[in-house]
Design a protein around this ligand. Structure first.
Ligand SMILES: [Zn+2]
Length: 186
């Protein structure tokens, strides 16, 4: 929920309706049947909505992965190489599991579906052409972490578990210089 380019938060909740007031222009926006989710409730809601288990500790890494870099495996074809040939993927903030959040995992799922991301992949962040995603195609509770592109649907596995993914993350400055030039190889 945004107004005047700022995220509105801390709504007044009256009889189940949330009223968001913009501090800049005074505009009021409302959401009916609004409810606030604790982290546990949001994790359960994710399982109910998707049929998948979120990786343990996911919420602890939503903020801290921003700007981090993950090494990619070798590309097997031209399109894959076009998007991922540099060998590294730089991450934005991961999707929130709060259904009310502007950048929620549910928004990401619906945007990714429009772009043709395969069912079984739950996108965590991306720009339409490329996505970082949890890959539940072989397991409903132990997803791999992959990157995928939406031209041909190529998928590269970056980690066999979310835990492994977190351990493989590297600071941006270890991989790129100030101008964004690659300064290391795998
Ligand atoms: Zn406003």
């Amino acid at each position: 929920m945004k107004c005047c380019r700022e995220e509105l938060c801390n709504p007044d909740i009256i009889d189940g309706t949330a009223y968001f007031v913009c501090a800049k222009c005074g505009n009021v926006q409302e959401i009916q049947n609004y409810r606030v989710y604790t982290t546990d409730e949001a994790v359960r809601y994710f399982a109910e909505q998707t049929g998948y288990q979120l990786p343990h500790g996911y919420v602890n890494y939503i903020e801290s992965t921003q700007g981090k870099v993950i090494a990619l495996p070798e590309c097997e074809n031209e399109i894959s190489a076009f998007y991922f040939g540099e060998g590294f993927y730089v991450m934005a903030k991961l999707a929130s599991i709060d259904p009310n959040h502007q950048n929620s995992i549910y928004n990401a799922i619906s945007i990714a579906l429009d772009w043709g991301v395969l069912p079984g992949l739950v996108p965590l962040e991306g720009d339409g052409h490329t996505w970082l995603a949890l890959d539940y195609r072989h397991s409903n509770d132990e997803p791999k972490v992959v990157v995928t592109e939406t031209d041909e649907g190529n998928i590269l596995t970056v980690a066999n578990s979310f835990n492994e993914f977190v351990l493989k993350l590297r600071p941006y400055a270890d991989v790129y210089d100030f101008d964004g030039n690659l300064i290391c190889r795998h």
